[in-house]
Design a protein around this ligand. Structure first.
Ligand code: CA
Ligand code: CA
Length: 437
């Protein structure tokens, strides 16, 4: 019953799939043949990734460029084969991308206990970061070890590629997909368990208390265009932050983002995904600096619709510079909720027709977080089933951070907009990997 309803809704949202429904019932033999999951393309007008040339991924792949992979090595080999010729990579089962162990990446001489003793704030102090440490220092050996992990768990996605999970259990453990400097990529029906950085770097100068900083987003869109991220699940899986240790009184943070969109990336649609159980989830634009602004300004256009944002701390997303359209998403807050939308430098967020489920004791004023003066549009949002003016309630509850209304643009690249009140029922049943067949 639930599957039926979900399928009906999902099928209805894809123009091409109408043909499938008709063909199956035998009433539309004149309709074009519906493409299978691996050959589907983003529907016209479905978010920013539909802008201009749209997003077809590897749909035009010839027979020689359709791959089915079950291992990380085979996945990387398929990515490297054929340059930017259109390609489809079908993923079967869960691919282990994190290597045999953290120890397997460590260079000779690296020792974490030595690292901890050397840079203990009681010994090293808090005034200087470790960037100038030589190659034979504990930090230098950490750097070299980290470079080994980096080379192993990152995979560069070429232009004109579709990566698609086959069946309900396809995905990656510990992978970091690099969608970097390319056009036209589709990633669908995959579960990503966040990578764990084996070698976080201590930075005593990051806040007064210092911080352990880590690399590796599950996926990063870096200076790329026309990217469709659809029906994927992003989660910390078996390694939530609550399981991580503390050193120097600070959490040994081994996670970075789930999906970051940076360095002038443009025309991205993220639809029907689950983003769950994570801290810093989605970063759009990664710096306020003048050099970054020069690259990002006028870009970072991203649409989020029908995503489930569940049990996250912050950044769903945090936006700089971009015209971001977020509609028909369901946000479910849990313990440790920080905020959902981060309003950053020169952002132009439109957040409409969304639903928020907040636990007792969490005020709706927390949904928005002001980092910089940047007006936004926030209409027709529901909090715990009640229509709520997110800006007004934020300004009432956080009077030190007054937000202004009016993003200055109106999204037109939308397909079907559901009533906000219906969003939890639709999204909770239909978003994430394993829903498509
Ligand atoms: Ca492993
Ligand atoms: Ca990141």
């Amino acid at each position: 019953m639930r599957t039926q309803k979900c399928h009906g809704r999902v099928i209805a949202s894809f123009v091409g799939c109408t043909a499938l429904v008709l063909a199956v019932t035998g009433t539309a033999s004149a309709q074009p043949r519906n493409p299978d999951l691996a050959h589907q393309t983003l529907a016209a007008n479905d978010g920013w990734a539909a802008f201009g040339t749209g997003t077809s991924g590897g749909a035009a792949a010839d027979f020689a460029h359709v791959y089915t992979v079950t291992t990380w090595d085979a996945f990387k080999a398929a990515l490297a084969d054929g340059g930017s010729a259109p390609k489809i990579i079908k993923v079967k089962g869960t691919i282990d991308a994190d290597g045999p162990s953290c120890a397997s990446f460590a260079v000779p001489g690296y020792d974490f206990d030595t690292y901890l003793k050397t840079y203990d704030p009681a010994v090293w102090g808090r005034a200087t970061n470790l960037d100038a440490e030589p190659d034979d220092s504990p930090e230098g050996l950490r750097r070299a070890s980290a470079a080994n992990q980096d080379a192993y768990i990152k995979a560069n996605i070429p232009a004109n590629t579709t990566i698609v999970g086959i069946g309900a259990d396809a995905g990656f453990k510990g992978a970091s997909l690099q969608i970097k400097g390319v056009d036209n990529v589709i990633v669908r029906n995959l579960t990503f368990e966040s990578p764990l950085d084996c070698f976080p770097q201590w930075d005593p100068t990051d806040t007064a208390d210092g911080n352990w900083n880590s690399e590796y987003d599950s996926a990063v869109v870096y200076g790329s265009t026309h990217v469709w991220i659809d029906h994927d699940t992003f989660t910390d899986g078996d390694h939530p932050d609550s399981t991580l240790p503390y050193y120097y009184g600070r959490i040994f943070e081994q996670h970075d983002g789930e999906l970051d969109i940076v360095k002038g990336a443009d025309y991205v649609t993220a639809s029907w995904n689950v983003f769950a159980d994570h801290d810093k989830t989605i970063l759009i634009g990664n710096s306020d600096s003048a050099s970054t602004a020069a690259v990002d300004r006028g870009h970072l256009k991203v649409t989020f619709h029908h995503n489930l944002f569940s049990n996250l701390v912050e950044r769903a997303p945090r936006v700089r510079f971009g015209q971001v359209d977020s509609y028909n998403n369901h946000f479910v807050a849990g313990d440790g909720y920080g905020y959902s939308y981060g309003i950053g430098m020169e952002s132009q967020l439109v957040a409409e027709h969304n639903a928020f489920t907040l636990p007792d004791g969490v005020g709706a004023g927390k949904i928005l977080k002001k980092w910089k003066e940047a007006p936004l549009t926030a209409d027709d949002n529901y909090v715990n089933g009640t229509p709520t003016d997110l800006i007004a309630v934020h300004n009432a509850q956080v009077p030190g951070e007054i937000l202004q209304s009016g993003a200055g643009w109106t999204p037109v690249l939308r397909t079907k907009v559901d009533p906000a009140k219906a969003v939890p029922g639709i999204v909770d049943h239909c978003a994430g990997a394993g829903r498509l067949r």
